[in-house]
Ligand binder design. Structure first.
Ligand code: F6P
Length: 344
């Protein structure tokens, strides 16, 4: 088999581990070779790619980012015949199948290609952990670790200055990162997209803490969080990507001002941003990414298409892309209820 790989969407610690694992699994048998497209679907459209070999993929296991580069290019944007363009690139490179590694958008393209008869096996990727078809995505644990360390650091400076520290973290549709890291770091309030927040309740948590003699607080807010309808005015940005997603960011700044105004406590905001996606993956993510890469190549060698590999419990499974992409995987309400016990 000759297989094309690409990484699409936001980068994520563990992408290189997947690439290495696909190549390692494939080259364990004679006759398999690999091509890596540059910058996601952009490289496919522009036929920009490199041969991937054991040599070129060795030493990349602990490396963050992606050696292939990535982009949010949508091959179907502006009425383009994305399938024809992908078929053409595959013909030019003599490819039998594609393994796109990406989130909802990249895998949405993969599904469309599969429905048009292009052999494709998807690998889920997102630090947000919001994809269906898998209990967890690689990159998520790394992001949680980074955010937890940030909360620990904010604690000491918050305590020294008697401040309310607002920490804005990633999480477009879901509050997985905010809740896991908030629990691990002992946050006093955690705001998530799944639960529009009531600013009065947040204020009450902070006041309750201060009345108990605590002079500082940590509020973790996922970037996609919103106030309960009609309670607060939030300014929305206008920039969108090729898949129509708005660029988020700003809820933390709004909360910093609003909490200070309502409580009288001095507040500061930290927007952690892309620090959460950078650097080396933690061990858990390296292992998961490696297992995903091996399983994706197994699926290709088994002649399967239109599936995505994932983790269920401790087992690696394959799920039809239609099912995996049906809806985002929202935060477990029980987990949030546990976190809530520690608010205030
Ligand atoms: O990968 C998903 C994500 O981390 C979202 O949480 C966030 O909104 C988005 O990426 C930001 O990506 P970028 O600024 O790189 O386009």
């Amino acid at each position: 088999m000759r297989v094309g790989l690409l990484t699409g969407g936001g980068d994520c610690p563990g992408l290189n581990a997947v690439i290495r694992a696909v190549v390692r699994r494939g080259t364990a048998e004679p006759g398999n070779s690999f091509v890596g497209f540059s910058h996601g679907w952009a490289g496919v459209l522009e036929n920009e790619a490199v041969e991937l070999t054991l040599k070129s993929t060795s030493g990349i296991l602990p490396r963050g980012g992606t050696i292939l580069g990535t982009s949010r290019t949508n091959p179907y944007a502006d009425g383009r015949d994305g399938t024809a363009a992908v078929r053409e690139a595959m013909r030019a490179r003599e490819l039998d199948a594609l393994i796109p590694i990406g989130g909802e958008d990249t895998l949405g393209v993969a599904l469309r290609l599969h429905e048009d008869g292009v052999p494709v096996v998807g690998v889920p990727k997102t630090i947000d952990n919001d994809l269906g078809g898998t209990d967890v995505t690689f990159g998520f644990q790394t992001a949680v670790q980074i955010v937890t360390e940030a909360i620990d650091r904010l604690h000491t400076t918050a305590e020294s200055h008697n401040r309310v520290m607002v920490l804005e973290v990633m999480g477009r549709h879901t509050g997985w990162i905010a809740t896991h890291a908030g629990l691990a770091g002992g946050a006093d309030a955690i705001l998530v997209p799944e639960r529009p927040f009531d600013i009065d309740t947040v204020v009450a948590h902070l006041r309750a803490r201060h009345e108990r003699g605590r002079s500082f607080s940590i509020v973790v807010v996922a970037e996609g969080s919103t106030p309960r309808e009609g309670t607060l005015q939030v300014l929305e940005g206008t920039a969108t990507d090729a898949f129509g997603h708005a660029r988020l960011g700003g809820i933390g700044v709004m909360l910093e001002g609003e909490l200070a105004r309502r409580t009288g406590y001095e507040s500061r905001v930290t927007i952690l941003g892309h620090v959460q996606r950078g650097g080396t993956p933690v061990a858990f993510d390296r292992v998961l990414a490696t297992r995903f890469g091996v399983a994706a190549m197994d699926a290709v060698l088994g002649g399967r298409s239109g599936v995505m590999v994932g983790l269920r419990g401790t087992a690696i499974v394959e799920t039809p892309l239609t099912e995996a992409l049906r809806e985002p995987k929202l935060l477990d309400p029980e987990l949030y209820a546990t976190a809530e016990l520690f608010f205030g």
